[in-house]
Design a protein around this ligand. Structure first.
Ligand code: FES
Ligand code: MG
Length: 594
């Protein structure tokens, strides 16, 4: 009789770990293992190495992705950490998405990346995974995929870039990209100077150095308990970043023996902690969409945290971190002032201390064993609860007959706080092209009281929900710096203004109130009351919907694309309040599609 091939030979391993997991490909488990070893040995691994628990490392390096330029060094440091603890580290690629090199939008590709990540984690014989990412859509995509795959997972971010320097002033992507471009457009700096600025806005590898979406998502990973506090803020080019990577590798081996998986670590409380962090840092509006997508991947948490929780938490959470665009400083300042450790200690009375973390400690135990002592200057960047930048609610969720599925506004970024309670007539643009054609025209019927409405930039209407929500002020209103603006799209985490985003259901869907708003309809925003309404009766809405169905324009309704990923996207993406994920990827399956 033939002997079983090797399955029982190594007393330290069982049939479900390392190279031995998922041996079903050829019917015969022994032959499957035999073949796997044939091929992996072509890479030079020994029997000893192959008997170890395997930690996969997701490699999102790409020469099109400067935010991930340090990934090769991070992988080397992670491997050292894994191997010092007796594991075997094996890196593998997934797609890489950078904000500036992802047409039509990076958000369009986020769900694709989450599928790539989930399926590669599931497919390969790894016992745990370290997802290395950083640029805006990468951390959400990886976390969505990792929760669904549910193998022990430790996220590691690439870290923020350093600020640059222009004629004695610090500058950094991308809040200062916008400021400086506006100054150039206004004729206040010349071509030579803007070219100098261009050289310094992103002076090193790493993610944007302000509290944009990338930094926000890195801070949320700490709030969720998935990453150590220092991990969010240490610069991409620092030695500290490499030591964090080494430690992450070591922690992955421990997470395997304890079988700590994302679905067992993350609870409703973990997400409420993350939302508390989001409000305290004045984080990106995009994080609301990403967090909902992440929540909806978790079978036990999905449905227990919704948009209303952002308001409940916002009402008791002050804005504490003084970073651009809500404040004045850069991520390196936040790091040097104590970073997320200092912030979590400050937020302690508002946190759920029983929430678990990836090391096995609870949030409370982590804070108890990692004290933070403030020092002169640290409280300028990370304010105490007694001296906040704003007393509450940097991000507010709105309800009303214009947004039955909700809408989001970053109240802390409003430039004219009077507009937070405002009533005015709508000036409607049907889509981005219509806006581009008419916004600066001399005969646009608009005043500073008007409400600018942009339709059809939602998840379906303009696949990927572009960051076009910061509608420019019409040129004829010279001197006006802020107006109430509404859309079903998103806005860059580094931008500001009185801007309502993510209106749901989006204009492109049949029964969308936003889709049938017309010029002159009176719109009322009341941020304190959390309301967004339009003075159109339910009967009139129904009449307009019917009329629109009879004469559909090219931009209305689902599915314009006939083939490929775009067709899949348009048919299966759900609305912003569910995370703009694909309905079939959520824990509930197809229930989330509008
Ligand atoms: Fe990658 Fe800003 S472009 S984080
Ligand atoms: Mg961004």
């Amino acid at each position: 009789a033939t002997q079983d091939y090797d399955l029982a030979r190594d007393p330290t391993s069982d049939a479900t770990t390392g190279l031995r997991q998922g041996l079903t490909s050829y019917g015969d488990a022994h032959f499957s293992l035999f073949l796997r070893k044939v091929f992996i040995k072509a890479l030079g691994y020994s029997e000893d190495a192959l008997s170890r628990p395997i930690v996969g490392i997701v490699n999102t390096y790409s020469s099109f992705n400067p935010c991930h330029a340090n990934v090769p060094q991070l992988i080397e440091a992670v491997k050292r950490g894994v191997q010092l603890q007796g594991g075997l580290a094996i890196d593998f690629p997934t797609i890489s998405i950078h904000e500036s090199f992802s047409s039509p939008t990076s958000m369009f590709l986020r769900n694709l990346m989450s599928m790539d990540t989930e399926e590669m984690i599931k497919a390969q014989p790894i016992d745990a995974v370290i997802t290395i990412g950083g640029c805006d859509k990468t951390v959400p995509a990886q976390l969505m995929g990792a929760i669904s795959a549910n193998k022990p997972c430790l996220p590691l971010v690439t870290g923020p870039m350093m600020p640059g320097s222009h004629r004695g002033k610090r500058i950094g992507a991308c809040t200062d990209c916008r400021n400086n471009w506006a100054t150039y457009r206004a004729g206040d700096i010349d071509m030579e100077e803007i070219a100098d600025v261009n050289e310094e806005l992103a002076p090193t590898a790493g993610t944007c150095g302000v509290m944009g979406t990338a930094s926000t998502m890195a801070c949320l990973l700490v709030g969720l308990g998935l990453m150590a506090p220092q991990g969010a803020t240490a610069p991409a080019v620092s030695a500290a970043r490499l030591r964090i990577a080494e430690k992450t590798g070591a922690n992955a081996v421990a997470a395997i023996s304890a079988q700590r998986r994302p679905q067992s670590i993350l609870s409703r409380e973990s997400f409420l902690n993350a939302i508390t962090v989001l409000q305290a840092i004045g984080g990106s509006t995009n994080a609301v969409v990403h967090l909902m997508a992440i929540i909806n991947r978790h079978p036990e948490v999905a449905g227990t945290v919704n948009l209303e929780d952002y308001n409940l938490i916002g009402a008791r959470t002050p804005l504490l971190v003084d970073l651009k665009p809500s404040g004045d400083n850069y991520m390196t300042d936040f790091h040097n002032a104590g970073g997320m450790l200092a912030l979590l200690h400050t937020l302690r009375p508002l946190l759920y201390l029983n929430a678990k973390t990836v090391t096995g400690q609870t949030m409370g135990e982590m804070l108890d064993t990692t004290p933070f002592r403030s020092f002169p200057g640290s409280a300028d960047i990370i304010r105490p609860l007694s001296n906040p930048l704003a007393s509450s609610s940097s991000l507010v969720v709105l309800q009303g007959n214009l947004c039955p599925g909700g809408a989001v506004i970053k109240a802390s970024a409003s430039k004219n706080k009077k507009l937070l309670r405002h009533q005015g007539p709508a000036v409607v643009f049907e889509n981005s092209e219509d806006l581009a054609q008419r916004i600066d025209s001399a005969d646009l019927d608009v005043s500073h009281d008007s409400v600018l409405v942009l339709q059809n930039i939602g998840p379906v209407g303009n696949p990927g929900m572009p960051e076009a929500g910061m509608i420019p002020i019409p040129r004829k209103l010279k001197g006006i710096t802020d107006m109430l603006r509404l859309s079903d799209g998103r806005m860059s985490g580094t931008a500001g203004g009185t801007i309502v985003l993510h209106i749901s259901p989006e204009a492109a869907l049949d029964e969308s109130p936003l889709g049938i708003v017309r010029n002159g309809d009176v719109i009322t925003l009341d941020v304190e009351a959390r309301k967004l309404n339009v003075n159109v009766s339910a009967e009139e809405m129904a009449r307009r919907w019917k009329e629109r169905k009879v004469k559909p324009t090219t931009t209305k309704g689902r599915s314009k694309a006939k083939r490929g990923y775009r067709a899949l996207y348009e048919q299966r993406v759900n609305q912003a309040e569910h995370g703009a994920d694909f309905d079939f990827l959520t824990a509930a399956g197809a229930d989330t599609r509008a």
